[in-house]
Design a protein around this ligand. Sequence first.
Ligand SMILES: Cc1cc2nc3c(=O)[nH]c(=O)nc-3n(C[C@H](O)[C@H](O)[C@H](O)COP(=O)(O)O)c2cc1C
Length: 331
Amino acid sequence: MRIGPHSLPNNVFVAPMAGVTDRPYRQLCKRLGAGHAVSEMAASNPKLWDSVKTSRRIDHAGEIEPIAVQIAGGDPAMMAEAARFNVERGARIIDINMGCPVKKVCNVLAGSALLRDEDLVARIIDAVVNACAPLGVPVTLKTRTGWCRDSRNAMRVATRAESLGIAALALHGRTRQDLYTGQAEYDTIRAVKAELKIPVIANGDICTPEQARDVLQYTGADAVMIGRAAQGRPWIFREVDHFLRTGEKLAPPDHKEMRELLLEHLEDHYRFYGEYTGVRTARKHIGWYLADLPGGPAFCAGMNQIENTREQWQAVADWFDQSDEPRALAA
Ligand SMILES: Cc1cc2nc3c(=O)[nH]c(=O)nc-3n(C[C@H](O)[C@H](O)[C@H](O)COP(=O)(O)O)c2cc1C
């Protein structure tokens, strides 16, 4: 699959998840078979670019190409400026967030709140596409099926986005009203895909290789995007990709491989974020990896007391070494 000039290795993508799919995690997902990764959303407001959180999110040094940066905001000029700023810092694809349901974001008329104002949607897309086109950078859009269930406007938004030059569309099969509740619906994704010429990426509740296959078949989408099911399970991308290509299921990683993956992941956190932040960002990931393993949650509860990277790394290594039986991994 292609996004503008970029040819991607496969059609199994990792979804952007603020606070989860940080730079080390996106790298790992790509190394383990994700065909594409979009950064966590970064604020378009320049006043926030120096903040600790945003400056971390807009640092993409060393990332596997093509670097895709998601921007969030509701002001067309600011969004265009944010796009240019991120391209200067290495972005090769700009993604616009029109799906975030969080109140703090929606209250400033950004994320999914934009779906209530289709003209503003168009002005933002137009401004960002016009800022990126001279730089040779394609713009993608990630959105939901609508603001509320009785006015799903994804079709109108998608066709307008395509006509304004959006290069690919990721569609989460829920409205803002749904938040993350209930089941994602794929009928809207299927209908939108049937109308558009640009690639459509189906998103929502894809947790297994079989579900990925079924969603691709049902919607006709060009790719799938996996979010929560990848939390603590970066190998899901190679499992899904392998299954889609061969129809065969790959075994989950064994105890030894999981230990290696997690320790390598921790080292990336320490390298990218340093001692203080690294130990904290890594802590969350340790919890997600070990959540379903026997004894994992109890071990993780004690992690909060560890304040330095060397001790944290060693504690995780010891935990794996001290279990003599391979631990059953969650399916
Ligand atoms: C913790 C969390 C953070 C998220 N952050 C973002 C974000 O920064 N940008 C975005 O477009 N979507 C974000 N999302 C939405 C996901 O990208 C995805 O659309 C949603 O989780 C549905 O996919 P899934 O069922 O595979 O998880 C977030 C979701 C979660 C759970």
